[in-house]
Ligand binder design. Structure first.
Ligand code: NAD
Length: 344
């Protein structure tokens, strides 16, 4: 399906001869030492053998160079330590085909206690990247989130639905998307936007729900469940999200946004119980804590547009993806223990 689609491209990109099967993209990935982007780069380098990747990351507390260890020697990969806000002052190559912007402050709880950093990176940083793209004729891919739509009790959000973000984090991501839209409409910049649901898998910082709970249980600690635990999220395995992003990026399509969900809705309590079971613990390990301020009740995505444009995508079975994730954290205590100690 993926190859068939490549052969039917309508819009040739700079430096690529799609008709004759030469597909090479020079990609600047921002935030590549974080969770999703490091998984994305790994996939991109292994599956699209012509593409080159430059990773620009300022290495905040969430950026971990060891996430990139297994591909740092790859001749098609390079790393620049810098803030996205500095992009227009850096002496970097300017002949990229795409910037894929993963760099962000991402933890909702941090956005509630300190929103400024979220505005600086997620909004101002995105604007600097957009200016750089416009100046140098580079396409721009914004990695956004389902949280821009806000909460929904029934049904699922479509790409055309209005944005009603409820946290400083989701508001900053929604604002960035508005800038992307403005650059596309006003200056004709070629853009793509993905809005994915909650990702899970290896290399996720232990501040986030699934790795926090796994590592707490491995350390014999309790797991803090917000409020009733009935809030619902859709969960997508990070490798599936990476693959779907790669399909979008390598498709030749531009000026579209796509929902990327796992088609896998679970309440926080259900996730907690699955993790307890997977780690041989019982409900005595649950500690109910005060609910997050403005906690969205349910996120849900309608993913038919992606399917219509790129064909059916077979996602990982949740039980298997979760077990693989549990096993990864069991086997990589030396990766997560220092991160948890830093937080304490
Ligand atoms: N994790 C999820 O479930 C999820 C879901 C939907 C969308 N997203 C989006 O996906 C992207 C990646 O999320 P993640 O969870 O992998 O993030 P993460 O927190 O694991 O990593 C963020 C990375 O960005 C880097 N960074 C932060 N500020 C920077 C700056 N000013 N300049 C350069 N680099 C900077 C950090 O050092 C880190 O490497 C984000 O844009 C996020 O909004 C995440």
């Amino acid at each position: 399906m993926y190859q068939t689609h490549l052969n039917n491209l309508r819009q040739p990109l700079i430096a690529n001869d799609w008709q004759n099967g030469v597909f090479q993209l020079n990609i600047l990935v921002t935030g590549g030492c974080g969770f999703i982007a490091s998984n994305f780069i790994r996939k991109e380098l292994s599956e699209n053998s012509e593409n080159t990747i430059t990773n620009l990351d300022s290495l905040t507390y969430a950026g971990n160079p060891s996430n990139c260890k297994d591909f740092e020697e790859n001749p098609r990969y390079s790393f620049i330590k810098a803030d996205i806000n500095e992009i227009n002052r850096l002496k970097v190559r300017k002949d990229f085909d795409w910037i894929v912007n993963f760099a962000a402050e991402t933890h909702v709880d941090n956005s509630i206690s300190g929103p400024d950093a979220f505005v600086k990176t997620n909004i101002n940083g995105a604007l600097e990247l957009l200016k750089f793209c416009r100046q140098n004729d580079i396409n721009f891919f914004q990695i956004s989130t389902d949280e821009v739509y806000g909460s929904i009790e029934k049904g699922a959000f479509k790409e055309s639905d209005v944005f009603l973000p409820n946290s400083p984090y989701s508001a900053s991501k929604a604002a960035a998307e508005m800038l992307v839209r403005a650059y596309q409409k006003t200056y004709g910049l070629k853009t793509l936007v993905s809005r994915s649901s909650n990702n899970y898998g290896p290399f996720q910082h232990p501040e986030k729900l699934i790795p926090l709970f796994i590592t707490n249980l491995l350390e014999g600690k309790k797991v803090p469940v917000y409020g009733s635990g009935l809030n619902v999220r859709d969960w997508v395995f990070v490798e599936d999200n990476s693959k779907m992003l790669s399909i979008m990026l390598n498709s030749g399509k531009t000026n579209e946004s796509y929902n990327i969900g796992g088609l896998n809705e679970r309440s926080n309590l259900e996730i907690t119980r699955m993790l307890l079971k997977g780690l041989g613990k019982d409900e005595k390990s649950i500690e109910h804590v005060e609910d997050r301020k403005g906690h969205d009740f349910r996120y849900a995505l309608d993913c038919k547009k992606f399917e219509k444009d790129f064909g059916k995508f077979k996602r990982a079975e949740f039980q298997k993806g979760l077990q693989l994730t549990i096993d990864w954290y069991k086997n990589n205590a030396s990766w997560w223990k220092p991160l948890k100690q830093k937080k304490e």
